[in-house]
Design a protein around this ligand. Structure first.
Ligand SMILES: [Zn+2]
Length: 476
């Protein structure tokens, strides 16, 4: 009986290790929520008790670097693909593709052309290919047919549908007979009001309070459906917002002849397609036009923006300084708040909070990239990530246990399309190595104890055997 104890301990140790390193099936559920245009510091503008409740019992990342350009559609597609804009192809809210000879415009809602979306594969498709089901409540792009697939459940985009109705759908999908493991929920504010009022307006206080109440409602509904401690809830956004002023407007008509170019996208990043034979003229007229406007030929766009290697990026890009606005002339609409600027600017950064069985409690992390969310989502859903620009290693300290290893490769690369060679990153982390080392030590220790017991219990027999063998030899 005593000789069995080390074996039992060994099995127990092995079981403990395996449960530490893998998420239980009922932990593999994710609800991703985006409050459009929720700047990182809105959390501190007015009391936001519901956001702080999530932070206290979950995790919070103080600085999230999103992707350039800091617009809605490019960043929402990054959240669900882990790719930079040049790699997923949604390079702006307004685009022109010279190969397809087609335009994409949020203003005209002609965003339903699958061709624009199929340079990438969003997570709901990968999730469904692995046998799971997904549900999307108004998530940008989730009602577009991509690679001949829609989310298992989705609401066709309609901004007049209330937050409560969107939440009701999410709850329905998570609690149905064939529950989803992935839910996506989108809400238009505080972006809409941020544009309208400007983020510095004192009237933004009630807008932020209203979002906090909406989060409170979501938590309440999750609790009521017994999902609050089951679902991994991630609350984030696409970008922040900065204050603009009619005194900081750059009017293109002052510098350029309207007949010489097409303005594909306008502010604060003007995407300029010169008419045939007019490239030099347009570029020379604009390059030193205004001290708060930086003008790039496509090939000169800074590498750090990962915004170059795509045919939808136009030959000339003019980027306004923070708080400056680009218009053709002042007869056009002007908004008091805007985003789209350099993604290195703090005011462009969104929030990131998470709560659930997979996440640590009361844990604050300094920084992450929005591209890192995708590999984190794939890990939580236990699905294999497509190639992406993020890194699970950057964010795995948010998790209450180390991911199982070895983790399927995740790519940290510009995935080009250009001169940079893809690098393959082995996603093994410091905590992972600690876990493996600790596991190995336990296994070795128990093996030694087990072998010692085995030897000990066999020694009398061996001594007898030796005795039996040696005696005849001695006698010989
Ligand atoms: Zn947005």
């Amino acid at each position: 009986m005593t000789s069995k104890c080390p074996l039992v301990s060994f099995i127990l140790a092995a079981l403990t290790l395996s449960t530490t390193f893998s998420l239980q099936p009922d932990q593999q559920k994710v609800l991703l929520v985006s409050f459009d245009g929720f700047r990182w510091d809105y959390l501190y503008r007015v009391p936001t008790p519901n956001f702080h409740y999530v932070m206290k019992y979950g995790v919070h990342v103080k600085q999230v670097t999103n992707i350039f350009i800091t617009k809605t559609y490019p960043n929402h597609y990054t959240l669900v693909t882990g790719l930079f804009a040049e790699n997923h192809g949604i390079v702006a809210n307004d685009m022109f593709d010279p190969i397809l000879n087609k335009s994409f415009s949020l203003d005209h809602m002609n965003i339903y052309d699958s061709d624009f979306w199929e340079e990438a594969t969003p997570i709901w498709i990968t999730n469904q290919r692995e046998g799971h089901t997904s549900g999307a409540a108004m998530w940008p792009g989730a009602d577009v047919e991509i690679h001949e697939t829609f989310p298992t459940h989705y609401m066709p985009y309609n901004e007049s549908v209330s937050f409560e109705d969107r939440v009701a759908k999410i709850i329905e999908w998570f609690t149905s007979k064939e529950p989803v493991n992935l839910g996506l929920l989108y809400w238009e504010d505080p972006d809409d009001m941020g544009h309208h009022l400007g983020p510095d307006s004192p009237l933004m206080g009630p807008v932020i309070s209203d979002i906090d109440n909406k989060l409170g409602y979501l938590i309440q509904m999750l609790e009521k459906a017994k999902l609050w401690n089951v679902v991994n809830l991630i609350i984030t956004s696409d970008h922040g917002m900065t204050q603009c002023s009619e005194e900081r407007v750059i009017e293109l008509d002052h510098y350029l002849d309207k007949d010489h170019y097409t303005l594909v996208d306008q502010s604060p990043v003007a995407a300029i397609l010169p008419k045939e034979g007019k490239f030099d003229e347009v570029y020379e007229a604009l390059v030193h036009a205004h001290p708060n406007l930086t003008v790039y030929k496509k090939e000169e766009i800074p590498e750090r923006w990962h915004y170059k290697y795509n045919s939808r990026i136009q030959p000339i890009l003019a980027v306004a300084d923070e708080g400056w606005y680009i218009l053709q002339n002042k007869s056009e609409d002007f908004l008091l708040g805007n985003h789209g600027y350099d993604n290195a600017l703090a005011e462009m950064h969104p929030i990131f909070l998470a709560h659930g069985p997979a996440f640590r409690k009361n844990f604050t992390k300094e920084a992450m990239n929005s591209t890192d969310l995708y590999p984190l989502l794939c890990h939580l859903l236990n699905i294999t990530a497509m190639p992406h620009n993020g890194s699970l290693r950057n964010v795995q300290d948010l998790l209450s246990s180390a991911p199982p290893g070895p983790i399927p490769y995740t790519q940290s690369t510009t995935l080009l399309l250009g001169s940079v060679e893809p690098e393959y990153e082995q996603e093994e982390s410091y905590p992972y190595f600690i876990g493996v080392s600790l596991g190995s030590i336990i296994v070795i220790v128990f093996s030694v104890i087990f072998i010692k017991h085995l030897i000990h219990s066999q020694i009398p027999a061996l001594q007898d055997m030796q005795g039996e063998i040696s005696q005849p030899l001695l006698q010989a």
